[in-house]
Write a protein that binds this ligand. Structure first.
Ligand SMILES: [Zn+2]
Length: 752
C-alpha cells in the first residue's frame, strides 16, 4: 500500500510535485489555502490564538533555537538522496533506521509544505563482493543484482518509502552518465596517472582484486586472511603483506604485474574541503559528521585510484583500457545523478537544475560508514567537475544494534524488511514508528522486540489510537457522525487550541534540523495532549446533563484528530491515510495542521476502524526465538577450507590409492587417539597407524572397507612403522568418517 501519489508503483505521477491523480490524500500547500477564508470563529476576539506566522509558544519544550545561515538561505527545490543499497542482499532494519525512514519522513514533510522535492535512490550493483557472490552461487553478476534489485525495490515500495525514482547502477543511463563524468574530469586533467605492480593470476589471465587473494596474516598467522583484511584479527592489510599469497580463482600463487591506473588527487582539494566543511559547516552539520570529516582532513588525504582491473563495472571511455572499470566508490554516487536523469527522461522534466542550479538544496541521507564518501570524496568529484552544487547537509546516522548485538548480515543477526512485511502485514507504520523513536541519531542505539511491543502497545495504541477511537466513536454515538458546533470556550478549551496551533511549527523545526526523534516525540505529544483533554473533559459523563458542552469538547477533539492526520503523514503514512479516510478529509497540507476549524461544523465522518492493534507476547517471543535460532544455525556452519596449491596430473597420478579391508585393530598404548590397524590391500597386508581411537572402538572397524593411500613413505609413530594411511572425511562437527566405495569391490582396486 502506498500513500498518495508519491509511491514508486505510480510511475507516471510519482514526482510529488502536485500533478497527482485524483484520490491523493495530500496535496501541495498552495492548492488548499481556502481555510483561511473561513473565519476562525472558534477563537474569541482577544484570544492569544493567532495566525500561523507568529512564533508559537513552545509547548513541548523542544530545543529549536538554531537557525543557521544555510537554513535561512532561500532554496527553490530539494534534491534528497538516500544511500544506494548494495545489491548483494536484502534490506534490514539497520538500513531503514539509519537512512531510508529519516529521509522518507523528511521528503514527505517537504512535499506537504508544497516544496519542490525529488527523493532519489537506486541499487548499487558494481564492485567485487557481487562478483564473489556470483562465483559462490555459480551465476552471473547480472543475475545476482537482478535478484536483489527486485527484492529491495519491492520491499521499499510495500513499506511505503516514497522514492520519486529508484534506479540501478547497471542501467544504461548510469553507465553513460558515469563514463561521461569520468571523461569530463579526464579531459580537464584532474586525474593523475600511475603505473603500479599488482597481483595477477596467470591461469585466469586477470588482475586480482584484494578480496581475491588469500594468504597468511602477518599479524596473527591466520592462514585464510584476505588481501584487504584479516577476518581473524581484524587488521586492514594490503595483498603484498600476506605470506604465501594464493589466488582464489585458480589456487595458484599470483605474480606481480605492471598495470596503469588513474587517481583522484584528494590531497590537492584539502584547502577547498577545509574551507567548505571546517569553516562553513561548523554549526549546521551534525557533530559526528563534522568530527569524522575533520579527522580525515587532519590526517592528510591521499590520492585515490578511480579505476581498477575488473570485468564487472562501468568501462572506461578511453581507448586501450580494456579490462578496466571505474572503482565502485567512484561510480556509485554518480548513481544519484543518473537516477535523476532517468527520472527527468521518463517524466519529460529538466533534471539538471536539481543538481546544478545554486538554488537547489542537496541533502544526502547515509549511515556513518559512508561519511567519507559523501562528505569528502563525492564533493571533491562534484567540485572538480565544476557544474554541480555541493551538498548542503549530510545528516549521517550512527549504527542500530539488534537485541544488544551488532547487526550482522553474514551471521543472519538481523530483522529483514521483506520478512517483516510478511510476518506483520498492515503494520508497516509500527516499524517506522519504533525505528524513528529508537533511531541512532547521535549515538549507536538498540532495537529490541520488547521495545517494539511496548512502543506499539503503550504509545501508538494506548495514546494515538485510543484518542482517535474514543473521539470518533463518541461523535457517531452522540451526533450521528457529524462534527458538532462548538459553543463558548472554557479556559481549558482555549489552552488546548492554542497548544494545538503550535505543533506544525515545532515539529517542522525539528524536521528542518534533521532531529527526527524529537519530531516524533512532538507528534506523540500532540496525541497525548488530545487524549488528556478528552479524558479530563469526560464527555461520556457530561452528556446526560449538558449535551451542549459535549459539542464543544468533541469539536475540539476532532480538530486534534484532523491535525494528527496531517502531521503524522511523514512518520506514519499508512495510518495517516486511514485516518484521513475516517475523517473524510483530503488534500491536506502541512499548514492545515493546528487549524482550529480543520473539521468544519456538520462535516460528516466515516465508519470507525482501529488504527493500531495490540502486539502480543507470543509475537515477540516468536521473533526473538527466530533470531536465536538463526544464530545457532550459523554457528553450525564451518568455513570452507580454501583450495590447496595446484598439482599437475603427473603428480596426482603418482599417488597410489586403493581399496582395502581392515583385518585387525588395536589401541596404541599410552596414546588417546592412535589405533594400529592391519589392512588387506589385495597384494599384501599393511600395518598403519591412524588417529581415530577417540572416535572409533577397535572392534567396530574390523571388517570395514576403506580407501588406503599405499605409497606414502613409511613413518615411525610411537615405535610402530606405519606403511600407508587410511583416508577419512571429517564432518563440520569434527567427527571422523570413513570414505569407502558404495559397492563391494575387491581389495586392491586402484582409485584414480
Ligand atoms: Zn590476522
Amino acid at each position: 500500500m502506498v500513500v498518495g501519489s508519491h509511491g514508486m508503483s505510480d510511475g507516471k505521477a510519482a514526482n510529488g510535485l502536485g500533478n497527482s491523480p485524483g484520490g491523493c490524500w495530500f496535496a501541495r500547500a498552495t492548492e488548499t489555502n481556502n481555510w483561511r477564508r473561513r473565519s476562525l470563529r472558534l477563537i474569541p476576539k482577544g484570544s492569544h490564538v493567532t495566525n500561523k506566522g507568529d512564533s508559537p509558544q513552545n509547548t513541548l519544550s523542544m530545543s529549536s533555537k538554531k537557525h543557521t545561515s544555510n537554513q535561512s538561505k532561500q532554496y527553490k527545490r530539494h534534491t534528497v538522496t538516500a544511500a544506494l543499497p548494495y545489491a548483494n542482499g536484502p534490506v534490514h532494519i539497520g538500513h531503514l533506521a539509519g537512512v531510508y525512514i529519516p529521509a522518507d519522513i523528511y521528503v514527505r514533510y517537504l512535499r506537504l509544505k508544497g516544496e519542490d522535492v525529488l527523493y532519489i535512490c537506486g541499487s548499487d550493483e558494481h564492485g567485487v563482493p557481487i562478483t564473489i557472490k556470483a562465483r559462490q552461487e555459480n551465476i552471473t553478476p547480472q543475475q545476482v543484482v537482478d535478484k536483489y534489485h527486485k527484492q529491495i525495490k519491492d520491499s521499499f515500495e510495500r513499506f511505503g518509502i516514497s522514492f520519486d525514482v529508484y534506479s540501478r547502477t547497471s542501467a544504461k543511463v548510469h553507465h553513460e552518465t558515469a563514463a561521461e563524468f569520468f571523461k569530463t574530469l579526464y579531459d580537464k586533467g584532474v586525474f593523475t596517472e600511475k603505473e603500479t605492480e599488482q597481483y595477477y593470476d596467470e591461469a585466469n589471465k586477470q588482475f586480482l582484486a584484494d578480496r581475491y587473494i588469500t594468504g597468511v596474516c602477518p599479524h596473527c598467522d591466520y592462514e585464510r586472511a584476505y588481501g584487504d583484511q584479516c577476518e581473524n584479527c581484524g587488521t586492514s592489510l594490503s595483498p603484498t603483506e600476506l605470506g604465501n599469497p594464493r589466488s582464489m580463482l585458480s589456487g595458484n600463487k599470483p605474480v606481480m604485474k605492471k598495470t596503469r591506473h588513474w587517481y583522484l588527487p584528494l590531497d590537492q582539494y584539502e584547502p577547498m574541503l577545509r574551507e567548505w566543511i571546517l569553516e562553513s559547516h561548523k554549526d549546521d552539520w551534525k557533530p559526528n559528521v563534522y568530527g569524522q570529516c575533520k579527522s580525515w582532513i587532519d590526517q592528510g588525504l591521499q590520492p585515490r585510484a578511480v579505476t581498477r582491473d575488473l570485468d564487472w563495472g562501468v568501462k572506461l571511455p578511453i581507448e586501450g583500457t580494456e579490462g578496466k572499470v571505474l572503482y565502485v566508490w567512484f561510480d556509485a554516487p554518480i548513481g544519484y545523478i543518473s537516477a535523476t536523469r532517468e527520472w527527468g527522461e521518463t517524466h519529460g522534466k529538466d533534471w539538471e537544475k536539481y543538481w546544478k542550479s545554486p538554488d537547489s538544496k542537496l541533502v544526502h541521507f547515509i549511515g556513518k560508514d559512508n561519511i567519507v564518501f559523501h562528505c569528502i570524496i563525492f564533493p571533491v568529484m562534484l567540485n572538480a567537475e565544476g557544474s554541480y552544487v555541493m551538498p548542503d547537509n549530510v545528516p549521517a546516522n550512527e549504527f542500530l544494534n539488534l537485541e544488544g548485538d551488532k547487526i550482522s548480515t553474514s551471521r543472519n543477526w538481523a530483522v529483514w524488511l521483506h520478512e517483516y512485511l510478511e510476518e506483520f502485514p498492515g503494520k508497516e507504520d509500527v516499524l517506522r514508528y519504533v525505528l524513528t523513536a529508537a533511531a541512532p541519531e547521535t549515538k549507536d542505539n538498540d532495537f529490541t522486540w520488547k521495545d517494539f511491543q511496548a512502543r506499539n502497545n503503550n504509545e501508538l495504541l494506548a495514546i494515538f489510537g485510543n484518542f482517535v477511537n474514543r473521539t470518533l466513536v463518541l461523535t457517531h454515538k452522540y451526533f450521528d457522525g457529524q462534527v458538532p458546533e462548538a459553543g463558548a470556550l472554557s479556559p481549558a478549551d482555549r489552552e488546548a487550541l492554542e497548544q494545538l496551533l503550535a505543533f506544525p511549527d515545532t515539529i517542522g523545526q525539528s524536521l528542518d534540523n534533521y532531529r527526527f526523534r524529537e519530531a516524533l516525540a512532538g507528534l506523540i505529544g500532540l496525541a497525548r495532549l488530545g487524549n488528556r483533554y478528552l479524558t479530563e473533559a469526560e464527555p461520556w459523563k457530561v452528556f446526560k446533563n449538558d449535551p451542549e458542552r459535549v459539542k464543544t469538547v468533541l469539536n475540539i477533539c476532532l480538530q486534534f484528530c484532523g491535525s494528527l492526520a496531517v502531521l503524522s503523514e511523514p512518520f506514519l503514512p499508512h495510518t495517516a491515510q486511514k485516518l484521513c479516510s475516517m475523517l473524510n478529509l483530503s488534500n491536506l497540507t502541512w499548514r492545515d495542521g493546528g487549524r482550529p476549524d480543520l473539521m468544519p461544523d456538520k462535516h460528516s465522518i466515516n465508519k470507525v476502524e482501529l488504527l493500531f492493534e495490540k502486539v502480543e507476547d507470543l509475537q515477540v517471543h516468536e521473533q526473538v526465538n527466530k533470531l536465536y535460532q538463526a544464530k545457532m544455525d550459523n554457528q553450525d556452519e564451518t568455513e570452507m577450507s580454501p583450495l590447496k596449491e595446484m598439482v599437475s596430473f603427473e603428480d596426482f597420478a603418482k599417488m597410489d590409492i586403493r581399496t582395502g579391508t581392515i583385518l585387525s585393530a588395536e589401541r596404541v598404548p599410552k596414546t588417546k587417539k592412535l589405533l594400529k590397524v592391519t589392512v588387506d590391500i589385495g597384494l599384501e597386508e599393511r600395518t598403519a597407524v591412524a588417529g581415530i581411537a577417540h572416535v572409533f572402538h577397535p572392534d567396530e572397524i574390523i571388517g570395514r572397507s576403506v580407501l588406503f593411500m599405499a605409497n606414502l613413505k613409511p613413518k615411525k609413530i610411537k615405535g610402530i612403522e606405519s606403511h600407508g594411511m587410511l583416508l577419512m572425511g571429517q564432518t563440520k562437527d569434527g567427527e571422523m568418517t570413513f570414505v569407502q566405495p558404495d559397492k563391494d569391490i575387491e581389495n586392491g582396486s586402484v582409485i584414480g
